[in-house]
Design a protein around this ligand. Structure first.
Ligand SMILES: [Zn+2]
Length: 346
């Protein structure tokens, strides 16, 4: 298992919510021949299947990432935009972007008023999206349209990942290509006995947990486990008492977030597996946001659900940071736990 190689492949493709095709293609390529069956559903979720046992486990990891969308093209040739998912406007100025048009990809830069001519009150206030625009090098609306740019075109951040010291990697969309990496490696290496495992790469999570709902209802599973990232608190301005999660301390067993609580049998399953196989782990309790795991109990007549997370710093920025040890240990924890799951769900 080389999680670094797999992660870097997933970080090299873009997949803004609603345009996840490249991530889906990569996941299918990675798993082809290594699972019993793999297919895409009507909305673009990638579903892989392994094993044929009675107990059915559904794993999900969202493939999409946050970004922007063209909302207006001015007569002066400058483009206005709206967010897709939870984007922090403060990180946008000076960023290079790629606009996906019907004619191909067009480069642009996000800009605002030059610092020298900003008034005192402008220098003191944080940017909002309405203060920003995209320059693609065109002088008027006609030239922009000639490039193929239209209202509704998706805009992606151009940043590439970089290696940091040790086993740390920084880049955009670690949320949730880290989860895609875990899901892919779990599906590659798992050898299910008395178990059927469905590994689902989902679409449109960042705009309200949309894609996972279909497979959760459509696949008649007994248990649902979602794999996503968790906010790592080991940086300046985040105090231990608020977010005690840290990089390189192991996967996060998500206990509770703003709208989810782990199923008690799944909690025991993952804790027992971590202790038995000496896998480091952390317990996640947060009030900030939620993940696909919150949908499990709302599915059909209710399904036991759990979140297994990987700690990541600076979430939804373009310089998120992860430690490969945590990804490796998350794969290990999920594979080992699923190996014992029949004892917990008879
Ligand atoms: Zn996520």
């Amino acid at each position: 298992m080389n999680v670094g190689d797999t992660l870097k492949k997933f970080l090299s493709v873009h997949g803004i919510s609603g345009l996840e095709d490249n991530v889906a293609t990569l996941m299918k390529k990675e798993l082809k021949g290594k699972v019993k069956k793999i297919y895409e559903d009507k909305v673009g979720n990638v579903i892989s299947v392994k094993g044929s046992g009675k107990l059915k486990v559904l794993l999900t990891a969202h493939m999409d990432e946050v970004g922007l969308v063209v909302s207006d093209i001015g007569n002066d040739g400058f483009i206005r935009f709206a967010p897709v998912g939870g984007v922090d406007p403060k990180i946008l100025p000076s960023r290079q972007v790629k606009i996906h048009t019907e004619k191909g990809v067009v480069n642009g830069v996000i800009a605002t008023k030059t610092v020298h001519v900003q008034k005192k009150e402008e220098l003191e206030k944080a940017y909002e999206i309405k203060d920003l625009f995209i320059d693609v090098g065109a002088d008027d609306k006609k030239s922009v349209e000639k490039l193929g740019i239209n209202i509704g075109d998706f805009i992606e951040f151009s940043e590439k990942f970089i290696d940091l010291h040790g086993r740390r990697i920084s880049g955009r969309c670690l949320d949730n290509r880290v989860g895609c990496t875990v899901l892919t490696e779990v599906m590659k290496s798992i050898n299910p006995r008395n178990l059927t495992v469905y590994g689902v790469g989902t679409v449109q999570e960042e705009i309200g947990l949309k894609g996972a709902r279909g497979p959760m209802f459509g696949i008649d599973s007994d248990v649902i486990v979602s794999i996503d990232v968790e906010i790592s608190g080991d940086t300046p301005f985040l105090k231990d008492e608020h977010i005690p999660l840290k990089l390189d301390r192991g996967p996060v067993i998500g206990i509770r977030d703003s709208s989810y609580t782990i199923d008690k049998r799944l909690k025991k399953l993952f804790l027992d597996a971590a202790k038995k196989y000496k896998i480091p782990y952390q317990l996640g309790v947060s009030t900030a946001g939620t993940t696909e795991s919150t949908l499990a109990i709302l599915t059909k007549d209710g399904k036991p659900g759990a979140l297994i997370g990987v700690p990541v710093r600076y979430m939804h920025s373009t310089v998120e940071v992860v430690d490969l040890n945590d990804i490796e240990n998350t794969v290990k924890l999920v594979v080992k736990a699923l190996g014992n799951i029949n004892k917990y769900f008879r």
